[in-house]
Design a protein around this ligand. Structure first.
Ligand code: ADP
Length: 295
């Protein structure tokens, strides 16, 4: 099936063959990546893209070769967060798209394929998922240790497509503490489970706010919601990220706090990256371990 573009919308290229796989035995559309990691949330606005960008940056700082695919097709904010919003997609001699690069990350986003950075994407979901498969297959990613994917919020077509088209090493579930967010995240966790996607754990964003003038600690979105969610589903709790105006400012400025922040701010994301790597390695070891009765 070809990627069709509605009038006025960009056509990324020739459409891929979309014989979708099955979640129980997914296709491998990213054989160039050792591990595929999803960043997901039930609800928009909880900071999923912020977490994806900063954890990916922290993974690159560990010396890993990291690609970041912005799969949030209707709200691609990754380019802005990495100062890449003015880049437009380039095609290499091999007929593949060349990923943009900054902060040690290779980056691709539908946001880079539109004529202008504010061109709206008014795509039916079949077109959006086809475009996403193209960003997996028709981009010259080169060999990667980690392909990190920033998903759109919710439990829709894009999530399902990725579970069918990629062997996923880990999903990181991002939430904020309040019940209105965790309710939706519960649905996202169940979808991942039912699709056979391994969940590495839960990250709680915007956990606490330290008043810069008094040093008093506030919990504007409540306390402990992410940890409780992790416990309810028997998942690791990967850590908390404070509500910090400098995280917001660095995202708007396109300079991830994991790269340019104070040591304590960088440490938050370095810690998350370390726990994610440990979860992926642990799963890999368990998969390759020879069962006792076969030794
Ligand atoms: P999502 O991807 O879940 O829709 P974003 O990552 O786009 O959410 O974040 C939504 C907004 O919240 C952005 O303006 C971002 O800069 C801001 N933000 C995210 N996390 C934090 C945080 N820990 N502290 C302050 N602002 C944050």
């Amino acid at each position: 099936m070809a990627v069709r573009s509605a009038p006025g919308l960009v056509r990324i290229g020739a459409g891929p063959d979309l014989a979708f796989g099955h979640t129980a035995a997914p296709n491998d559309r990213a054989p160039y990546a050792r591990h595929v990691v999803l960043f997901t949330s039930g609800k928009g606005g909880v900071g999923k893209s912020t977490v994806a960008v900063n954890v990916a940056t922290a993974l690159a700082q560990r010396g890993l070769r990291v690609g970041l695919l912005d799969a949030d097709v209707f709200g691609p904010s990754v380019p802005r967060m990495l100062s890449l919003q003015d880049e437009r997609v380039r095609w290499g001699h091999d007929g593949k798209m060349v990923p943009a690069e900054n902060f040690g990350l290779k980056v691709m986003s539908v946001g880079l394929t539109t004529p202008e950075s504010d061109t709206p994407l008014v795509w039916r979901s079949a077109v959006a998922t086809a475009a996403l498969v193209q960003l997996l297959e028709d981009v010259a990613w080169g060999p990667l240790d980690v392909l990190a994917i920033d998903l759109p919020p919710g439990t829709g077509d894009v999530q399902l497509t990725l579970a069918q088209e990629l062997p996923i090493a880990a999903a990181v579930v991002v939430t904020t503490p309040q019940t209105v967010a965790t309710d939706d995240v519960r649905r996202a966790i169940r979808m991942l489970r039912e699709s056979g996607v391994p969940v590495a754990g839960v990250v709680e964003n915007m956990s606490s706010f330290v008043a810069p003038d008094t040093g008093a600690v506030y919990h504007p979105f409540g306390e402990g919601g992410g940890r409780m969610l992790a416990e309810d589903y028997g998942l690791p709790f990967l850590g908390e990220i404070p509500l910090d105006p400098r995280i917001r400012a660095s995202a708007d400025e396109g300079t991830p706090i994991a790269a340019v922040g104070e040591p304590a701010q960088r440490e938050v994301f370095a810690g998350l990256a370390a726990r994610l790597v440990a979860a992926v390695e642990d799963r890999e070891n368990r998969q390759t371990r020879v069962p006792a009765d076969a030794r």
